[in-house]
Design a protein around this ligand. Structure first.
Ligand code: HEM
Length: 403
């Protein structure tokens, strides 16, 4: 097996190493880096300028072959290509996005905000009363649970079940998150479980429509026809994973960050007007969705390297968001940072459709922390998700200190 000196698929780097030091080196020395792997390899773009240019040039950098390296959404693995929002190119992408966008309108956002706020407040009350606990397990899941309950019209138990299924899928390389029933077949079996769950939900909504995403997709039309069963399933899956597997990691990583930067945590608690800039800085700093994958549709020459048609190309948001040519003192967490042109939600046509919801969720959490003037202290070692795609703690034992 040929492996590179720097290997961005080495998950030890993401659990116990320092990926930011590696990205810094890549930005400086190898801005177009070939990361060889046993399966072949992929290119890694790490500078803000190159990552942004690739996002915008969707004709040259296609999403159709999937956005996760060797994982979910691959054409061969699940035939989502061209049918799932995130794994499609224009014009299909634009048509799908117009339909799915209907589930992200203000009325639903407002219902989701109330549900998330209720869940977060109750979880923080419990947490405070007990003097702390594992923030990643006891508080962070409340962010997507409230949202998913509203978006899929689910009760709390079902919302938490869907959360555990998507977690097994995104964390398929992490033994702690693999679904017990997934066994040796791992990812594929977990996807089947999720599809079964969503299929049952679609059947139920056919019988009794509700004000939720599933009903919106059942009534959607693209090019004068309704969506196929597969399209409905894939896009429910896309929103469920997008909604579930990002904000809880951002929330837990935010608390970890406030522990690591006590001076900035103090500013957040004493100067509430810094909330908007603090929120953006949390997204830049945590960059939960570390990279997205694209496939080159033609030969591309960049910084003296040739990317060939058909090659896999990864765009590293987490690296671009620390690019020293874009951010003054890029390795400093600064809740008053402005301007802050981070790309935690991607750029261009595929920019996160749930960005407003994510801002609402994590914003609510920061506001609660600031209003309650909570301070967190470590109460045991944290544990990072074993993934190079989603970054964040799966366990974060902390003690809560009140003013
Ligand atoms: C901190 C939270 C979040 C981060 C960091 C994040 C990040 C991203 C990024 C980088 C993309 C671009 C993917 C690409 O270009 O291939 C994306 C797309 C997407 N996100 Fe998010 N996301 C977050 C929250 C959410 C939420 C809450 C939802 C749903 C409720 C969601 C649903 C989606 C969907 C459906 C897409 C595909 C959009 C498209 O292809 O047009 N995300 N997200």
């Amino acid at each position: 097996m040929t492996t590179s000196v720097i290997d961005l698929t080495d998950l030890d780097l993401f659990t116990g190493g320092d990926p930011h030091a590696v990205w810094k080196e890549l930005r400086a020395e190898h801005p177009v880096y070939w990361n060889a792997t046993a399966q072949g390899g992929f290119w890694a773009l790490t500078r803000m300028e190159d990552v942004t240019a690739a996002y915008v040039d969707a004709a040259a950098f296609s999403s159709r072959q999937g956005t996760v390296l060797g994982g979910s959404y691959r054409r061969e693995a699940d035939s989502a290509s061209g049918r799932m929002l995130i794994a499609s190119d224009d014009p299909q992408h634009r048509l799908l996005r117009q339909q799915i966008h209907k589930a992200f309108l203000p009325e639903l956002m407002e219902r989701a905000r109330r549900a998330v706020r209720g869940g977060v407040r109750a979880a923080l009350d419990r947490f405070q009363n007990e003097g702390g606990g594992d923030f990643a397990r006891e508080v962070a899941p409340e962010l997507p649970a409230g949202l998913l309950a509203v978006m899929f019209g689910l009760g709390r138990t079902d919302a938490l079940h869907l959360l555990s299924l998507t977690r097994s899928m995104i964390g398929f390389q992490d033994p702690a998150y693999r679904s017990s029933s997934a066994g040796a077949t791992g990812l594929a079996a977990t996807q089947v479980e999720i599809f079964d769950f969503i299929t049952a939900l679609v059947e139920e909504r056919r019988r009794s429509p509700a004000e939720d995403l599933v009903t919106i997709l059942l009534n959607a039309t693209v090019n004068g026809r309704g969506l196929t069963e597969d399209e409905i399933l894939y896009n429910c899956l896309n929103v469920a994973v997008g909604g579930n597997e990002t904000t809880p990691f951002t929330a837990a990583a935010a608390v970890q960050t406030l522990i690591d930067w006590p001076d900035q945590a103090a500013v957040l608690n004493s100067e509430p007007d810094c909330l908007p800039t603090a929120l953006d800085e949390i997204f830049r700093w945590t960059s939960t969705n570390a990279y997205v994958q694209r496939t080159a549709t033609r030969d591309i020459d960049l910084h003296g390297r040739r990317i060939e048609a058909g090659d896999s190309v990864t765009l590293w948001n987490a690296s671009a968001n620390r690019d020293e040519s874009q951010f003054a003192d890029a390795d400093r967490f600064d809740v008053r940072r402005t301007p802050n042109r981070h790309i935690a939600f991607g750029v261009g046509a595929h920019r996160c459709i749930g960005m407003g919801l994510a801002q609402m969720e994590v914003g609510l959490l920061l506001q609660e922390i600031a209003t309650r003037r909570l301070r967190f202290e470590p109460d045991g070692p944290p544990r990072q998700l074993r993934s190079n795609f989603m970054l964040g703690p799966t366990h974060l034992p902390v003690q809560v200190r009140l003013p």
